[in-house]
Design a protein around this ligand. Structure first.
Ligand code: RUB
Length: 315
């Protein structure tokens, strides 16, 4: 199995998961793959990267960090290509672009933590869902600043990513309570602030995140608890500006019930969408590495970031 197949499988089987990690793994795989390419022209080099990129993009459909990251490194390489004369210079230039993306995306998570922590007050009770590096960065930064916080983590059925969040927070000294997903409304009156991550931010300021996020947002709205999203700016989906909808991944039904149970209950249909959409009106703010924005400001943020180069990020 080559590096592309290995990374594709790791992402599809969720051994690598979470929007930011998926993006970095795909870019790292492209970088390693570029070193193995035995091609004689720049055009062939670019074509091979594009094919490999398309393959990696098809591993999971929802997190737009994945296509955005791949398009970012390939389109920047194409822009630079005319300056590069020989094979070793293409490889070096592509490697630098990939490493630069990886470094920037890690730094973005840290900056989100620094910015977001300012909005966490001493004594706050927080709630998070699933396992988001960006959301945990905010919570851990607030904790490191000495703020006395308590966190509810949902277990996050069916893959239980919430246990990972609870474990990370607890190992870092944060007081954590693990709850089942359906207990969210029961606890919401105690919660000052919900902090979740995102797989995609759409043109109209909605966010796409782990299934159950939109129910938590509803409960937060009803209880007047703040609902904050922590997400790197490269999770904005350019395609949604052109009218496309985010594809919601349908995962295997065996993640919910066993094969035995299904064979004994053949009349039962099982549906396992992995993500849902939280509309802008349920979101108080989106914390990015550039700053905190109301969800309605996504369009302005996107224009500031990419100017008129919409086509570039589309690939
Ligand atoms: C993970 C998930 C996370 C976002 C953001 O879903 O929904 O909240 O990806 O994560 P899955 P991050 O486990 O199915 O990949 O902030 O780490 O990018």
């Amino acid at each position: 199995m080559n590096i592309l197949e290995k990374t594709f499988n790791d992402i599809r089987q969720m051994r690598v998961r979470g929007a930011g990690r998926i993006a970095r793994a795909a870019v790292k795989a492209l970088e390693e793959y570029s070193l193995t390419l035995n091609v004689s022209t720049k055009e062939e080099f670019i074509k091979s990267l594009e094919n490999a990129g398309e393959y990696l993009k098809s591993s999971r459909p929802t997190a737009v960090s994945l296509p955005n990251a791949i398009n970012y490194v390939i389109s920047n390489f194409k822009r630079k290509a005319h300056e590069l004369e020989n094979r070793s210079s293409w490889i070096e230039a592509f490697k630098i672009l990939c490493e630069d993306f990886i470094e920037k995306s890690i730094n973005a998570i840290e900056k989100i933590g620094v910015i977001g922590a300012k909005r966490v007050r001493d004594g706050d009770i927080l709630l998070t869902h699933c396992n988001s590096e960006a959301a945990l960065s905010v919570i851990l930064s607030a904790h490191k600043l000495g703020k006395n916080i308590k966190v509810y983590c949902t277990e996050t059925r069916p893959k239980l990513q919430g246990l990972t969040s609870a474990s990370i927070l607890s190992k870092n000294g944060v007081e954590v309570t693990l709850i089942v997903d359906s207990a969210v409304r029961y606890f919401m009156n105690k919660v000052d602030q919900v902090i979740v991550g995102a797989d995609a931010i759409t043109a109209n300021g909605a966010i796409v995140n782990k299934i159950g996020t939109s129910l938590i947002a509803l409960a937060a709205k009803e209880a007047r608890s703040r609902f904050m999203v922590a997400a790197e700016s490269y999770k904005i989906s350019p395609q949604t500006f052109y009218g496309d909808l985010i594809i919601i991944e349908e995962r295997p039904k065996y993640e919910i019930v066993s094969k035995d149970w299904l064979s004994q209950n053949k009349g039962v249909k099982v549906s396992n969408p992995a993500f849902d959409i939280t509309p802008a009106e349920y979101i108080d703010a989106i914390i990015t590495e550039i700053g905190i924005f109301p969800p309605q400001g996504v369009f302005i943020l996107y224009k500031e970031m990419y100017g008129f180069q919409f086509k570039d990020i589309q690939g």
